[in-house]
Design a protein around this ligand. Structure first.
Ligand SMILES: C[S@@+](CC[C@H](N)C(=O)[O-])C[C@H]1O[C@@H](n2cnc3c(N)ncnc32)[C@H](O)[C@@H]1O
Length: 217
């Protein structure tokens, strides 16, 4: 039986966190290419470019698809109340083990303190969750309090908005089932934002990464 992408991802996260050998996990897009999924970057300390996102989190922050909780932990250390949510229990377990507050849940299911968050983070490739960027942005926006903002990481300009199917492939030959994902380029985010009732408040690039702050239109 095929295992889910999340199961293969969870296993790789545990190996990375234990400092053990990684399984050479790759993500293949239906559009063709397969790229190495280096989960160890989510398991370590802050990454170059994280600072700009963190500095824009002024109030209670919800990190959507928090992975092992690097950003949640950093926010808490600065006195910013923060909670991570992630669908993968191994990610949440690692986040908690590192002292971050996190719960296992889907962003599309009931989320703790919905409607009270001042900021929501969609870091790294989390804006691709669900494969339908307007639907994700609308959902995350609904979790914010009035005047709240979304801080999103995006792809470099030029790639547009691309909906794909993806699957994970392990070196052992194990392959997950396909799941929907999406890519949103920095210069294309206004489209899905507008479809979700949002506007681009700010855009910046730092350390070769691209970001935007979205707020209610
Ligand atoms: C690229 S990883 C995020 C890494 C993390 N944001 C960081 O920067 O370290 C994407 C995360 O989204 C999570 N995810 C996927 N679908 C989700 C959903 N429906 N709700 C919440 N989290 C989800 C995955 O389990 C994964 O940990």
């Amino acid at each position: 039986m095929r295992r889910s992408g999340l199961a293969l991802y969870g296993e790789e996260l545990r190996a990375a966190a234990a400092g053990g050998p990684l399984g050479g996990l790759r993500v293949r897009y239906s559009s063709g290419p397969a790229v190495t999924l280096d989960v160890s970057r989510w398991c370590g300390p802050l990454l170059p470019g994280d600072e700009g996102m963190l500095s824009r989190c002024a109030g209670p922050a919800l990190d959507v698809g928090c992975g092992p909780g690097r950003l949640v932990r950093a926010l808490a250390a600065r006195g910013v109340p923060a909670l991570g949510i992630d669908l993968e229990p191994a990610a949440v377990g690692l986040a908690r083990a590192r002292g971050a507050s996190a719960v296992t849940c889907s962003v599309f299911a009931p989320v703790p303190r919905a409607g009270s968050w001042r900021v929501a983070l969609l870091a790294d490739v989390a804006v691709g969750i669900g494969g339908d960027p307007p639907a994700l942005l609308r959902r995350v926006s609904s979790l914010l309090r009035s005047g709240g903002e979304l801080v999103c990481e995006l792809d470099p300009p030029g790639g547009g908005v691309v909906r794909v199917r993806a699957r994970l492939e392990a070196e052992t030959g194990e392959v997950s089932s396909w799941f929907p994902w999406a890519h949103v380029a920095a210069d294309a985010v206004a489209g899905p934002a507008a479809a979700a009732g949002l506007q681009v408040h700010e855009r910046w690039s730092e350390e070769g990464r691209w970001f935007a702050v979205l707020s209610a239109a």
